[in-house]
Structures are given as structure tokens and as C-alpha cells.
Design a protein around this ligand. Structure first.
Ligand SMILES: Nc1nc2c(c(=O)[nH]1)N[C@H]1C(S)=C(S)[C@@H](COP(=O)(O)O)O[C@H]1N2
Ligand SMILES: [Mo]
Length: 366
């Protein structure tokens, strides 16, 4: 690569590329599927995918419980099961749009997907374990290990007791009707509807009732929104609203800029929020100066995204900037730009899609 290819301050480092090639996003055209096919669903894996033999694997439930449990996968499969479409989004979605770019998985806006998760409700299992009164949080431990911030660790995250008992959290062993694939946490993972992706611990090996809040790396160092390194920050919790469109027309190979032929153009997409219902989705064709209301379609489940569509009638050939934004029932609206934070979390600023409208159908090379 010549030097002139490497002089931009926007350069992506090799370390970011390593992460980006391991952890792929959901291509935006896949927003067309109400349920994201498994191979198109985004992935985020901090360390390595662990080798797990489901036949010898157990889930150990312990800590401040009256009745510790050690369960096989068959034990968990024998429990009453539910299947729910759940929209999951990574808390780092939008990170690479921040300037300066926080160095981590360089997501643009494609770290979201919706799958049908099948599993056993978490609350019932916790109740059977006889939680002691002093319990304040439930800790979830994954089998994957690595170093992060100089600390060797298994991936671990906790939930406040009330959230763990709220009733919609699942111990999931199937995704879209098939056994969980290795990359999505086989044989068992946690799924907590409405919470950002990091909550949903994969390759689950332990559930521990805690009498004190968990202070491990993924809780107190990572997944906090810090304005600066000495700001203690706020924990990342539920998913802020976002609308995404399927970019219309056809892309340019390198820039991925869009080309659309003149005429009415149907724009469609998905919108979701972990704080409530989607009340409004709006579309702008002039970079966010003026907005029109999109038609909101069905929501796949209480825990999943809505479909939406909008008919855009460009005035004539030329360049446009399409934008979309969502408003939820808790009053959260997507901003035109987000407050920068050190680790690049929760950037739900509006999507921007540059489009060139052409007057003639392009000559197509076949
Ligand atoms: N054990 C474990 N669980 C994990 C992770 C991980 O690295 N290890 N990544 C988390 C993050 S940050 C996200 S966004 C989701 C991604 O889930 P997916 O790869 O199935 O889409 O898993 C979460 N659960
Ligand atoms: Mo994530």
C-alpha cells in the first residue's frame, strides 16, 4: 500500500481490522427480513469462541441460594420453553461514526439483528434455586477467557435482581429453530429483551446469586458511558431508539453511495427501542432539515423491531441525503449527533445515506 493511502486521520488500524473481520455486522439490505437469517445476524465475540462439548457441559447455579443446581442441557431442554423474536443491538453500534474514533470494534450502524430465540425462562429457574433474601444481583459467567484492560477474565456480566426476575429473560438453546451455533453461544446463552447486546452472556456456564453488586471488568470498566477517563460514567443498560433504512437503489462498489432512478421510491426499514414502543419514524431527504412521517407496520413481538416504510418522491435528478429517525413512547428521540464518550457506546444518531438520483435508467453491463 502506498503512503498516500495511509495518511488520512480516519485510518483504521490493523487492530481494528482484526476485530472487524472476526465480528461482522448485519448487511443493511438484510433488514428486509423480519427475522434475520443466522448467517446474516451480527456477531460480537470479545475473545475466542470456546470449544464446548455439550454432552459434558453443565450449568451451575449457586451463590446465595438455598438449593444450588447443576443442570445438563437435557435438564434445561426438559423445562417449559418459550420462543420469542428478540431484537439485539451492540452497545458499540455507531462507534466508528464518532470523531475521534474510540478504538475498539469499529461498528458503523450494522450491529443489530432479530432472531427467534427458544429457551427456558430465567425467572422460574431462579425461583427454584431458592434465592436468599440478601440477593441483590445475578451474575452470569461465560466459558470464554481472555485479557482485557490487562486483566485475565472470563466474560461475566450481572443483572439487578428485579431485571433477572422480570419474566422475559431467557436461557436460550435455539436460534431460528436450530441448535445455537458456536458463534452465538452454544450450547446456552442468556437473552434479556430490551438490553444492549453485552447483557446476553454467551457460552453460559454459571449463574451466581450475589449479595453485593458485581464489580468485574465488564461491569465497572467496560460498558459505561464516560465523558473522560476520570469520569465514573453511567452504566449502559437498555437499548436507545433507532430507525434504520435499507439503503435504496444500487451501491457504488467502493464508496457504497447509492444510485436511484427518478420516480417514486419506496424506502423501508426497521425501528426499535428497549424503553418502550416506537411512536414515530420520520424520513428526511435533505439531510435532516425537513422530515415526513413514515408508516409504521407490525412489531414482530414485544421484544422485537417494527417495520416501517415511506414513499419518497425526489424532485428531480441530483444528490440527496436520506435520513431516518425514531421516537419511542418514553420520549426518547434519536439525535442528529451524539455526545462523544471514551468507549463509543450508545451512538444512536440518525442514519445518513447519500443518494444520487439519475434521470435515465443506467446502461446496465451484463
Ligand atoms: N460470553 C460472552 N458473551 C457475550 C459476548 C462475549 O464476548 N462473550 N459478547 C457480548 C456482546 S458485546 C454482544 S453485542 C452480544 C452479541 O451477540 P451475538 O454475537 O450472538 O450477536 O453478545 C454478548 N455476549
Ligand atoms: Mo456488544
Amino acid at each position: 500500500m502506498s503512503e498516500s493511502d495511509r495518511t488520512s486521520p480516519d485510518d483504521v488500524s490493523v487492530e481494528e481490522l482484526q476485530l472487524a473481520t472476526r465480528n461482522h455486522g448485519t448487511p443493511l439490505e438484510a433488514l428486509a427480513y423480519p427475522v434475520t437469517p443466522v448467517g446474516l445476524h451480527y456477531l460480537l465475540i470479545h475473545y475466542d469462541i470456546p470449544r464446548v462439548d455439550a454432552r459434558n457441559w453443565t450449568l451451575d447455579v449457586g451463590g446465595s441460594v438455598g438449593q444450588p443446581l447443576s443442570l445438563s442441557l437435557d435438564d434445561i431442554r426438559a423445562r417449559p420453553a418459550v420462543t420469542v423474536p428478540i431484537t439485539m443491538e451492540c452497545a458499540g453500534n455507531g462507534r466508528a461514526l464518532l470523531a475521534p474514533r474510540p478504538v475498539s470494534q469499529p461498528w458503523l450502524i450494522e450491529a443489530v439483528g432479530t432472531a427467534e430465540w427458544t429457551g427456558a425462562p430465567l425467572a422460574e429457574l431462579l425461583e427454584q434455586s431458592g434465592l436468599l433474601d440478601e440477593t441483590v444481583e445475578i451474575l452470569f459467567t461465560g466459558l470464554d477467557r481472555g485479557y482485557e484492560g490487562g486483566i485475565e477474565q472470563c466474560y461475566q456480566r450481572s443483572l439487578p435482581l428485579a431485571v433477572a426476575l422480570a419474566g422475559d429473560a431467557l436461557l436460550a438453546y435455539e436460534m431460528n429453530g436450530e441448535d445455537l451455533p458456536p458463534q452465538h453461544g452454544a450450547p446456552l446463552r442468556l437473552m434479556v429483551p430490551g438490553w444492549y447486546g453485552m447483557t446476553n452472556v454467551k457460552w453460559l456456564s454459571g449463574i451466581t446469586a450475589l449479595k453485593e453488586p458485581f464489580d468485574g471488568y465488564q461491569q465497572t470498566e467496560a460498558y459505561r458511558v464516560h465523558a473522560s477517563d476520570d469520569d465514573p460514567g453511567e452504566p449502559v443498560t437498555r437499548i436507545m431508539p433507532r430507525a434504520l433504512m435499507v439503503p435504496p437503489g444500487v451501491p457504488d462498489f467502493m464508496s457504497r453511495e447509492r444510485f436511484v432512478e427518478l420516480g417514486p421510491c419506496v424506502i423501508d426499514g426497521r425501528a426499535w427501542s428497549g424503553w418502550g414502543a416506537i411512536e414515530r419514524v420520520e424520513v428526511s431527504a435533505d439531510g435532516g432539515h425537513t422530515w415526513g412521517a413514515a408508516r409504521i407496520g407490525e412489531q414482530l413481538s414485544n421484544s422485537a423491531w417494527y417495520s416501517w416504510s415511506y414513499v419518497w418522491e425526489p424532485n428531480g435528478p441530483g444528490t440527496y441525503e436520506l435520513c431516518c429517525r425514531a421516537l419511542d413512547s418514553a420520549g426518547n428521540q434519536q439525535p442528529s449527533s451524539t455526545r462523544w464518550n471514551t468507549k463509543g457506546y450508545v451512538n444512536n444518531e440518525v442514519q445518513r445515506v447519500p443518494v444520487t438520483v439519475t434521470s435515465q435508467p443506467a446502461e446496465v453491463q451484463t
